[in-house]
Design a protein around this ligand. Structure first.
Ligand code: SAM
Length: 263
């Protein structure tokens, strides 16, 4: 795990409270659960349930608002800051990033090439686990956002490049090439030259047409094998006393992940 320097931030949590009202014959939420992110410590912090004093924002533990409501306060962790990164193009969700990390087994000794950087969501998580990440992006505006996000999270092991992955990849002996590109098959030649034998290639595409074009192109190359193509489905459940059921609003589809290996 790569150590990063996080910005000073706190998480303020208030546990929800329910009360039984006899005349209604049911429980009603009297306090809604809330999770708040604090990054400005120069003034008091306003919440729906009163103000938290500036001096209390520096504490860890329990604090009370001006309305005598209790909150818990603690330092923001990596994932709290990560979830707030700036977004330009659509990012790869954590469920898919987790799958890529697990299936490729990359770690503190791995060299990774990835692109397009987009908002940097994938690059940052790869950099959190790997030795070095080289991130390619053709759009200067996207690159600026990805760089800013990497700076916010204090990463020093990501090298951003304003370059097309389709043209060439200058790194050698790469353990993983990971692509979230509109035409990933166009990067197969440059990826093959950059990768070490046994290295992994991953392509993430929102549509199945891009996915089949990529797999068919990869199969035609003598130095790649197709391992598998998957869709990771995450179904979140609502758990409230005995009301236990899948949440009605969930993301059904994000993208297809194709894994291959250089032989
Ligand atoms: C969907 S976004 C990537 C999002 C990113 N994976 C994330 O999690 O934040 C696709 C990006 O690929 C970039 N792109 C398109 N063609 C490219 C190429 N040939 N080389 C590098 N980047 C490219 C686009 O500008 C865009 O920013």
């Amino acid at each position: 795990m790569t150590k990063t320097t996080l910005p000073k931030a706190k998480i303020l949590i208030q546990k929800g409270k329910k009360q039984y009202f006899e005349d209604l014959g049911r429980e009603v939420s009297i306090v809604k659960e809330s999770r708040l992110y604090i990054s400005d410590f120069s003034r008091d912090f306003s919440t729906k349930y009163g103000t938290i004093k500036k001096a209390d924002l520096k504490k860890t533990g329990t604090v009370k608002s001006s309305q005598d409501k209790e909150f818990r306060i603690f330092d923001a962790s990596f994932i709290d800051v990560y979830r707030r990164i700036k977004r330009a193009p659509q990012i790869i969700p954590l469920k898919d990033i987790g799958y890529i990390l697990g299936q490729t087994g990359v770690g503190s000794d791995s060299i990774v090439v990835e692109g397009g950087s987009g908002s940097g969501a994938l690059a940052l998580m790869l950099a959190r686990c790997c030795k070095k990440v080289y991130s390619y992006e053709v759009e200067p505006e996207h690159l600026a956002i990805a760089k800013e996000n990497a700076k916010t999270l204090g990463f020093r092991n990501i090298v951003f490049k304003n370059k097309s992955m389709y043209d060439s990849i200058s790194e050698k002996d790469v353990d993983l090439v990971c692509m979230d590109l509109p035409a990933p098959w166009e990067a197969l030649n440059s990826a093959s030259k950059a990768m070490k034998q046994g290295g992994f290639i991953v392509s993430y595409s929102p549509t199945i047409v891009q996915t089949s074009d990529f797999v068919n192109a990869m199969r035609e190359m003598p130095d790649f094998v197709h391992l598998k193509t998957v869709e990771v489905i995450e179904r979140e459940w609502e758990v409230d006393k005995r009301k236990v059921r899948p949440k009605s609003k969930t993301t059904i589809h994000s993208g297809f992940i194709t894994l291959g290996r250089k032989i």
